[in-house]
Design a protein around this ligand. Structure first.
Ligand code: PLP
Length: 399
């Protein structure tokens, strides 16, 4: 390597874009070696060698048959921003190394926080870390136990474990016992079924955290905003931008009703730092840039349209499932999450026989297996998804 390898290499970057857009065909490459080399092959050959693993054989999450997990396709403007941010490698830990990137993150936080009645917060690599951060702040405010519903995401159990707190699961938010030393974690959009728990629950808890990792962006939709009414009374909120804000991973927010006080309790000073280090992360990249760029390009309205469209696709899938006598719908979609199954063929058999261009996920509810579709893909074609499942059922039955 030499100095030029740190400069913008136009030939390399144009080649990368040409492969990405299909303007240049990829030359079939050998599978990657199991051990990485002592002597390199050069940047252009390395790009070619990486094609299959990064692009060619990756899942196209925006394909019409994909209606499965909480992982969306991402708009091209965000790809461009990832290229730029990688080239500059700013570190928000130090104002010196991120003179503008810190302001970009503040712009994004200041834009999103008021939708949730929050005063501010910061970005994290996902809601797992956002939940951990919020529960850490709750612990610093005197909470000793974590209380959640049974549908809470596993990150809540992890956070309690890491923070040395007891985790209690309640079946009924109206019957929780004393919560004066508890952080109540209310899930807005449970991972398996998309249920929005009562956002006014646990009003006597010392701290109320709403995990809106999936559903949070509904707050941007004129049509569906009301589903999250009450969230503004929380002490903290987690939202994954790499789910329904169509951001490349890893991108999320932890927001606080009083972010200045909360940040103070989860900040650590360091001799080498000009400003206190807030939250769980140390080094922290310019992950707000793709979101700010997407907002500039499409506005709040553009994102809300995508969410509305995704919700409509979940309804369309539900109607198709109900119209098919061999399919069973568990319940109408909750914030874009739908559980369904074939009446005669097991979920495992369906998944085993699905055509390559159709993907649904699965979940276990009270010990029963269900197919699960999450409306993260606004380009999905529900008819194709149902046809794929019916085809898989037919194939499985023939065996
Ligand atoms: C309700 C809920 N909370 C938290 C998480 C974790 O979020 P992330 O994957 O962004 O860490 C998920 C992930 O699916 C989730 O569904």
């Amino acid at each position: 390597m030499n100095v030029e390898d740190f400069q913008p290499n136009k030939q390399l970057l144009l080649h990368a874009v040409a492969l990405l857009t299909g303007a240049e065909a990829s030359i079939p490459s050998e599978p990657l070696p199991s051990e990485l080399p002592e002597v390199g092959i050069g940047s252009i050959d390395a790009l070619q060698a990486m094609f299959d693993d990064v692009l060619g054989k990756s899942r196209d999450l925006g394909a019409p048959g994909f209606f499965a997990h909480m992982d969306p396709p991402t708009p091209a403007i965000t790809w461009a921003m990832h290229l730029w941010t990688a080239s500059r490698n700013q570190n928000l830990l130090h104002p010196d190394t991120a003179p503008r990137a810190r302001e970009l993150e503040k712009l994004a936080v200041d834009w999103i926080a008021p939708w949730f009645g929050m005063s501010g917060g910061h970005m994290t690599p996902g809601s797992t870390v956002a939940n951990l951060t919020a529960i850490w702040a709750a612990r610093e405010s005197g909470c000793r136990i974590v209380v959640s519903g049974s549908g809470a995401h596993l990150s809540i159990r992890k956070a309690a474990h890491i923070l040395g707190m007891e985790h209690r699961i309640v079946d009924d938010w109206s019957n929780t016992g004393d919560l004066t030393n508890a952080v109540a974690v209310i899930t807005a959009g449970t991972t398996s079924t998309g249920e929005i728990e009562a956002l006014d629950a646990a009003s006597d808890a010392r701290w109320r955290h709403v995990d809106a990792a999936w559903s949070g962006p509904l707050r941007l939709s004129d049509r569906y905003r009301h589903l999250l009414d009450g969230i503004e009374k929380a002490d903290s909120v987690a939202i994954s931008a790499h789910k329904w804000l169509f951001q490349p991973k890893e991108s999320a927010f932890v927001l606080f009703a009083d972010h200045e006080s909360a940040h103070k309790t989860i900040s650590v000073e360091g001799a080498y730092l000009a400003v206190p280090n807030i939250g769980v992360l140390g080094s922290h990249g310019a992950i707000a840039a793709p979101l700010v760029a997407m907002l500039l390009a499409f506005g709040r309205e553009g994102i809300a349209d995508l969410i509305d469209k995704s919700m409509a696709l979940a309804d369309e899938l539900a109607a198709l499932v109900m119209a098919e006598k061999d399919l069973e719908l568990r319940s109408s979609p909750n914030c874009g999450v739908l559980c369904w199954r074939h009446r005669n063929v097991t979920v495992d058999d369906i998944k085993r026989h699905l055509p390559d261009d159709v993907m649904v996920s699965s979940t276990s509810i009270n010990g029963e297996q269900w197919l699960r579709s999450v409306a993260a893909n606004p380009n999905a074609n529900p008819a194709k998804v149902v046809a794929g499942v019916m085809q898989a059922a037919e194939q499985a039955s023939r065996k």
